[in-house]
Design a protein. Sequence first.
Length: 118
Amino acid sequence: MPQFRCYWTTDWRDPTKNQEGVDFPASQAQAQTIDSLGDTPMLVLTSGVFLREAPREAPQEVTARLHRLWQGMHRELMQQSSKAKQILVSTSGHFIQREQPDVIVAAIRQMVETVRQQ
């Protein structure tokens, strides 16, 4: 199994220093220019626990507040498409793809089937 570095211990904003090579600030700027996705089908997977891997020194009320904010952002994101659906993955932390990859695979299959039926 690959080793994963914690995002809060690395400079995750630097694409050369995060495992996926993602330029998060640039991606955020691009996403903010989108007003609507119309009727594009969308699945939003929401974890039950935002930061299961949170640093031990992080107070529980801080991680709970972050989780509420994250859920709010998911609700806002879903408003971008008239065909958005949410899947609550209550037993997973933020990194669903690591903790429950089977849920990700099922969501992809569900989306492929949805698009094929259009």
